[in-house]
Write a protein that binds this ligand. Structure first.
Ligand code: FPP
Length: 246
């Protein structure tokens, strides 16, 4: 449970209200064990449970996980179907627990590309957890940030063509309101696992002033302890948002 770290977090001050995570390294975790890649993703499901429970314990309000990118559609069909099956399995196995924990799940991304089974599972978890008030869990699936921004631009152009928006009214807020993440504040902290130092087309707009935390751990090895370490590290940062502190 890592209660020692949790107590330090509570002592140290403000907890990041929104944490985003690039869950990376499932494939390498499997390769190190001479296992097929899908077993790495399966092991990664346990880490999802860990961070959801850790986020609730720490008092995080929004957790946004990058589960499947638009680029991931280019992986071998066997890996794609394994990931989709895992998503359905995760939802079937966890929906009741999530509901009881007060987690509200949203799925962000181009869900038109999902197969009927995955789409039905996604709609089910969103519906059944709709009253959750403790933690918002955003699962980014078939998501890419550039596609999200292009979609926002298209929606704005439509409004202008329809005459419901004037060109001069297109500002940062107007774009922000048309992103999948419109209901929530920008992430305070981004965690990336497996030591890679890139954003991989994830939340490019929303991460403008987000603090970054990169851990060498591979995603399946992540426990709530790692989440707490990241929060403690965040609490020591001096966030200036481009301004100066006196
Ligand atoms: C990146 O590892 C991870 C993914 C593409 C999928 C993430 C999925 C999960 C954690 C499991 C299921 C999650 C839910 C929400 C049901 P990689 O395959 O790119 O690893 P590599 O870089 O080592 O090859």
């Amino acid at each position: 449970m890592a209660p020692d770290l949790l107590a330090r977090i509570k002592r140290q001050g403000a907890v990041p209200r929104h944490i985003a995570i690039i869950m990376d390294g499932n494939g390498r975790w499997a390769r190190e064990r001479h296992l097929p890649r899908p077993l790495g993703h399966r092991a990664g499901m346990k880490a999802v449970r860990e961070v959801v429970e850790g986020a609730i314990a720490a008092g995080v309000e929004v957790l946004t996980l990058f589960a499947f990118s638009e680029e991931n559609w280019q992986r071998p069909p066997t890996e794609i179907s394994a990931l989709m099956e895992l998503l359905e399995e995760y939802i079937a196995a966890e929906v009741e627990e999530l509901r009881q924990q007060g987690v509200r799940v949203h799925v962000l991304g181009d869900r038109a590309r999902l197969g009927p089974g995955a789409r039905a599972a996604v709609e089910r978890v969103e519906w059944e957890t709709r009253d959750g008030a403790r933690l918002v869990l955003n699962l980014c699936i078939s998501y890419s940030s550039r596609a999200e921004i292009a979609r926002a631009a298209r929606l704005l152009a439509e409004d202008v063509l329809k005459g419901t928006k004037r060109l001069e009214e297109i500002d940062e807020e107007a774009v922000q309101e048309r992103l999948y993440t419109a209901p929530w504040r920008d992430p305070d902290l981004l965690i990336r696992t497996s030591g890679e130092r890139r954003l991989s087309n994830f939340l490019l707009w929303q991460l403008a002033y987000t603090e970054l935390y990169i851990t060498p751990l591979l995603w399946p090895d992540v426990t709530r302890r790692e989440l707490f370490e990241a929060i403690l590290d965040y609490q020591r940062r001096d966030r200036r948002f481009g301004k100066v502190t006196v």
